[in-house]
Ligand binder design. Structure first.
Ligand code: SAM
Ligand code: SF4
Length: 459
């Protein structure tokens, strides 16, 4: 079998795609890089906003046409598969395999079934399952929990992914160990709300550390860099900031979604914190980590958001001074309380507010990136940049960075770079050695010079 997987949505989906892909390989499948080469196409879906759902619909339309012309099995997994909305789409577009986020390990049964197969149960076996580490990559994701115990009124995730289940620390450390043996240098611990790790549905799990202690444990594994996402402010404790400060491998980067700067809107979102409480967490984080890089998620145009509420979001942005933000227009999702009970704001109003927020975000990203010029940053270089002769990667604070290749640093790895130039989206630097001196740059390929020294043969 030749399988091709397509992923929409968050890092948890990327992790799940890798998990299913590795299962497919163990059943003898070949993973191919395009739909055209595949006889099994599996789409990992996202249902958090309307847009990714529309994309899946249009992709399934194309695949249905292809099915009429050649043997092709089409599968859909992830959040949308779990919803009635997704199941209707699956029926309409003749999807053969449907796997909810709790049934990913049913992929083997699905392949054996040789007929339509739908798996939608939440199965515990998933939590102990350890997928093989990614090959040849310096970065890896590691899911430490699944599901979510919160009930934010706009969010479909608790319906699609079920209640929170923390993975046993032994499984987490075993998976990490395998990743380290495969050469991973940066691990991102994943969950909808990692701060609540070890406390599922309000009950503290015996034998599970707190999230702060899990960070300390992972920090002793020898991994070079640790990141984590996402943190819900409601469960954030000062001990997490303390653990970050005392564990050198944990990067000084916190992604703490605020969603809105207005306590009135936060209450209607059922976020369980106020603007003041959120700012208190930011103050604690800055106390322990003065150079912290802060990122957030913001929803604009939540039902009932007034101009004053939105102004509070803009002012909170200034008060915190985020390095970056993921900004979303509120999307009314069937099945959520806000969809059922609140009237959506006009599209133009939401779009106009998003534009104003983007201006704010660019100002701050420009200011924060400019302040990095002249500093030395540890950069994990993933590989070739778009421009030949350069490598691309990111700092401990997740700033995308580009550097010219240098002697002893011509491929992926973790290096130190002096930042020489910055735009709101990118840092540009030069690699330096252990002595702090610039590493000699490798000569760059110059197509014009090459053309001169090797003139084309005219025939
Ligand atoms: N668990 C994380 C938290 O509480 O911050 C977030 C997970 S959610 C899948 C990722 C982001 O999607 C949220 O932080 C929120 O900003 C955004 N999001 C979720 N539902 C949304 C909706 N209905 N409309 C627009 N954005 C939404
Ligand atoms: Fe959704 Fe809220 Fe859970 Fe995050 S904490 S996944 S926004 S319900």
């Amino acid at each position: 079998m030749k399988a091709h997987l397509i992923t929409y949505g968050c890092q948890m989906n990327e992790y799940d795609t890798h998990l299913v892909e590795s299962q497919l390989v163990s059943f003898g499948a070949d993973i191919v890089p395009s739909v055209d080469e595949a006889d099994f196409v599996l789409i990992n879906t996202c249902a958090v906003r309307g847009k990714p759902v529309d994309k899946v619909r249009s992709l399934l339309g194309d695949l249905r046409k292809q099915k009429a012309q050649r043997p092709l099995v089409v599968g859909m997994m992830g959040c949308l598969a779990q919803l009635e909305e997704g199941q209707q789409i699956a029926r309409k577009f003749e999807v053969d395999v449907l796997l909810g986020p709790g049934s990913l390990l049913d992929i083997g049964q699905a392949l054996e079934a040789n007929e339509r197969f739908w798996g939608l149960q939440f199965k515990d076996e998933l939590h102990g399952h350890i997928p093989p580490p990614p090959q040849g990559k310096l970065q890896a994701h590691l899911t430490i929990m699944r599901g979510c115990d919160h009930h934010c009124t706009y969010c479909i995730v608790p319906t699609t992914r079920g209640p929170q289940v923390s993975r046993h620390p032994d499984d987490i450390l075993r998976e990490l160990d395998m990743q380290l043996s495969a050469g991973v240098q940066e691990v991102t611990l994943l969950g909808q709300n990692v701060n609540a790790y070890g406390v599922d549905q309000g009950a503290k799990l015996a034998g599970y550390p707190s999230f702060a202690d899990l960070l300390r444990l992972v920090g002793r594994s020898g991994v070079r860099r640790i990141k984590f996402t996402t943190s819900h402010p409601m469960n954030f404790t000062e001990d997490v900031a303390a653990a970050m400060a005392e564990t050198p491998a944990v990067c000084e980067y916190v992604h703490l979604p605020v969603q809105s700067g207005s306590s009135r809107v936060l209450r209607r979102m059922a976020r369980e914190y106020t603007r003041e409480k959120y700012l208190g967490h930011i103050a604690e984080i800055k106390k322990h980590l003065p150079d912290v890089v802060l990122a957030t998620d913001i929803i604009v145009g939540f039902p009932g958001e007034t101009e004053e509420d939105f102004a509070e979001t803009l002012s909170l942005y200034d008060e915190v001074g985020y390095d970056s933000a993921y900004m979303f227009i509120y999307s009314a999702r069937p099945g959520t309380p806000s969809y059922r009970h609140f009237a959506d704001l006009p599209r133009e109003l939401k779009t106009e507010r998003l534009q104003r927020l983007i201006v704010k975000q660019k100002e701050w990203s420009a200011r924060k990136n400019a302040a990095k010029v002249g500093t030395v940053q540890e950069v994990l270089l993933r590989g070739e940049a778009h421009e030949s002769g350069f490598l691309e990667g990111h700092t401990r604070g997740n700033h995308p960075t580009v550097v010219p290749k240098a002697v002893g640093a011509s491929g992926p790895g973790v290096y130190r770079a002096r930042i020489e130039h910055a735009t709101p989206h990118m840092l540009y630097g030069r690699l330096i050695g252990a002595d702090g001196q610039d590493l000699p740059e490798l000569p760059r390929f110059n197509p014009e010079a090459a053309a001169l020294s090797h003139p084309l043969q005219m025939v």
